[in-house]
Design a protein around this ligand. Structure first.
Ligand SMILES: *Cc1c(COP(=O)(O)O)cnc(C)c1O
Length: 361
């Protein structure tokens, strides 16, 4: 990126496959704009729903082997929709403590009671489910956005079945990034047995965002027909907002094809992560993550900020992530890797980190 007239290599983008500037995708957006114009003009339920929206919903559903997918304008709004559409007063949301802020807001806005369980702690999640009243919904990130670890999805699926609860997996950082054909965290963990046996479980709703690995913007909810219909009719962040521009939906059809055929892109980010992990100087403390999100824990907010500023001086952009985005005392540099990085980019970053260590970073 060019920032204030200076070139810097960014290691903080969620553009994991490097699609945001992919020439095929840029051309698709131009074609889409020539055909459908720029704005959608209205909400989906008025006259903002165009052919490419319908086609994208249908292909997203096919890709994940679920009956339906519903497009929303952003991931934040998709989370408001999935929770707000299905939950209300008297119901209970059971949520991982490290969930993305949009899931926390969604639970609060829905009017349901919010019970949070310790991060990835199934016993605690079960304790909260036992206290729950009304309709129950378990909410979790697939890949946790600030730590890069993966939710215990098999155990959460078993809990959802046992307690007759909805399970919402927000896989903003999983879709496109890993799993067979980029199908995300469930596929990565081998939890897609249902693909062969004729359909995903009814209780499972998956949320994906299109502004990360897909390289465009927008989001979707994928799952069974009945809950998707209810969300379409009831969710205020679906009903009362302008539809995503049709040209963007058209371009995202190309993203989906690139994601599905993107094994080489997924191999590329993996190679960069491996290079980083193997050669990171020992005094930098990595967190446990196999994803493109590789946080280096620093702890003190001022120290994290200073490290980030030194890296900026050296030509690298890695903002310090501090409380309240992460828990107190766990400030960090959150490095993310992309298929768009070269081995040389990562080698230069490692050299800069080595130099920082020497001056007491
Ligand atoms: C980025 C993100 C969102 C929000 O998606 P947007 O499309 O940017 O609004 C939701 N959930 C998680 C886990 C995210 O990382």
């Amino acid at each position: 990126m060019q920032m204030d007239g200076r070139a810097r290599i960014t290691f903080c983008s969620n553009d994991y496959l490097g699609l945001a500037n992919h020439p095929t995708l840029v051309a698709a957006l131009q074609t889409g704009a020539a055909r459908w114009g720029v704005g959608s003009g209205a909400a989906h339920l008025v006259n903002g729903h165009f052919e490419p929206h319908a086609e994208l919903e249908s292909l997203l559903a096919q890709w994940l082997s679920v009956p339906r997918a519903l497009l929303l304008s952003t991931g934040y709004m998709a989370n408001l929709a999935v929770v707000g559409g299905l939950m209300g007063r008297g119901d209970t949301v059971i949520a991982d403590k490290l969930n993305h802020a949009s899931l926390v807001d969604a639970a609060k806005l829905s009017g349901a009671k919010l019970l949070r369980y310790r991060h990835a702690d199934i016993d605690d999640a079960r304790r909260q489910l036992l206290r729950a009243t009304g309709v129950r919904m378990i909410l979790t990130d697939g890949v946790f956005s600030m730590d890069g670890d993966v939710a215990p999805l098999a155990a959460l699926m078993a809990l959802a079945e046992e307690f007759d609860a909805w399970l919402v997996v927000d896989d903003a950082h999983g879709f496109g990034v890993w799993g067979d054909a980029g199908r995300g965290s469930l596929a990565h963990l081998g939890l897609t047995q249902y693909l062969a046996s004729g359909g995903a479980p009814e209780y499972l709703l998956q949320v994906g965002t299109l502004g990360k690995a897909f390289g465009t913007a927008g989001a979707f909810i994928a799952g069974a027909a009945q809950p998707i219909d209810v969300i379409m009719q009831r969710a205020r962040s679906y009903v009362f907002t302008t539809a995503q521009p049709p040209a963007l939906a058209y371009a995202t059809l190309t993203s989906l094809a690139l994601v599905q055929a993107g094994d080489d892109l997924r191999a590329a980010w993996r190679a960069r992560v491996q290079q980083f992990k193997q050669a990171l100087p020992a005094d930098w403390q990595l967190m446990a993550s196999d994803t493109p999100i590789q946080p280096v824990l620093i702890g003190d907010s001022a120290a994290a900020l200073a490290a980030s500023q030194s890296l900026a001086q050296a030509g690298f952009w890695v903002p310090a992530i501090r409380p309240p985005t992460v828990p107190a005392g766990s400030a960090r540099l959150r490095f993310t890797f992309s298929a768009a990085h070269t081995a040389y980019d990562v080698a230069s970053l490692l050299t800069a980190l080595g130099n920082l260590s020497k001056v007491g970073g």
